[in-house]
Design a protein around this ligand. Sequence first.
Ligand code: ADP
Length: 372
Amino acid sequence: MAAKRQSPGIKHVPEESLHDSARLEALFASIGEGVIATDEAGTITRINKSALDLLGMREHDVLHKPFLNTVISVHDNGKPLDAFERDIVRAFQTGKSVSARRLYQKKGGALLPVYLTVSPIIYRRRPIGAIEVFRDLTSEIENDKLKSDFISIASHQLRTPLSAINMYALMLRDGLAGELTEEQLTYIRTILKSAERMNTLIDTLLNITRIEAGSIKIKVQPVRLDKLAQEMLAEFIPTARAKRLTLTAEIPATIPAIHTDNLLVKEVCANLLSNAVKYTPEGGSVYLKLAETPQEIRWTVRDTGYGIPANEQKNIFLKFFRAENILDKDVSGTGLGLYLIKNIAESLGGDLWFESAENAGSTFHFSLPKNL
Ligand code: ADP
């Protein structure tokens, strides 16, 4: 039998002869993302090379050490997360996988943004440990920042010519360049409306880039939500009237002032009312309600409009998403509003959700915690 020639120094081990656990070991070591396994007490039992490289550690720094004290996760301000905030603890408590964006502290103190998923390892229906997979988010964050900077610069640059268009159109409308015919006035009004739409779009884009970059500034101050709701309602009276919509509200004056961000709450409320008015055909109605629960203030905006088809409801908060049923309705939009205000609601510690049925209207709820 002819012997197979081997290159000097390279040992060819037939694959079948590799012991199962050795193969698993090799597989574990070669995974491109960081992987750390712990036992049920949270002691690190295994860590692969990628994890060690990402954390700037050596095996002896981590093996057989408690995960919580060894792999340090910090808040944006550098303060370490408490044990109860740690994802591995939540995974153990809930028995479910937990995914999150976090900041890990490398050996030496540098910070590493990561996306992690940690899952309990269940054996015979009992958790026997946890396994965490994480990857470096540095370049994704850099790309996002470049994209946001570009949108931000482009939006600011668009504003200057837009304000000139707006100003000269206003001067023409107001007769500063002589009297206009009815037809000329109609054209000017269309220019003004389009300029206003573009201005709103620029605002939305800027807000989205800020939210995505995590740089939206939340200015907390005591806010009388009943007053704010009345103000917003008044803003929509002319549009509702033009569409022959009934606009009603239930805004108890007993709603307490809460600490939140006035402008951001306005943004959410304005978007919800604007959508309700936009997506309700003539003759319908829009209703705004403010109510108090022990923990939160709940906004409700209900309309009798086109509604959202059941099969599209899961996509409604996605960026640029517009439902099929309104595309032939000649209602302009970008699909950015709900994406933006869902993010705002969450940044304010609240939430945004809805119920809807096609041709039977929609009800949007926006909750705000009493204590931010
Ligand atoms: P836009 O209104 O600019 O399209 P939004 O993000 O505010 O963007 O809304 C996304 C989509 O959700 C809309 O295009 C529409 O299909 C649907 N939608 C939102 N609000 C309502 C509503 N009150 N009634 C029916 N459909 C709605």
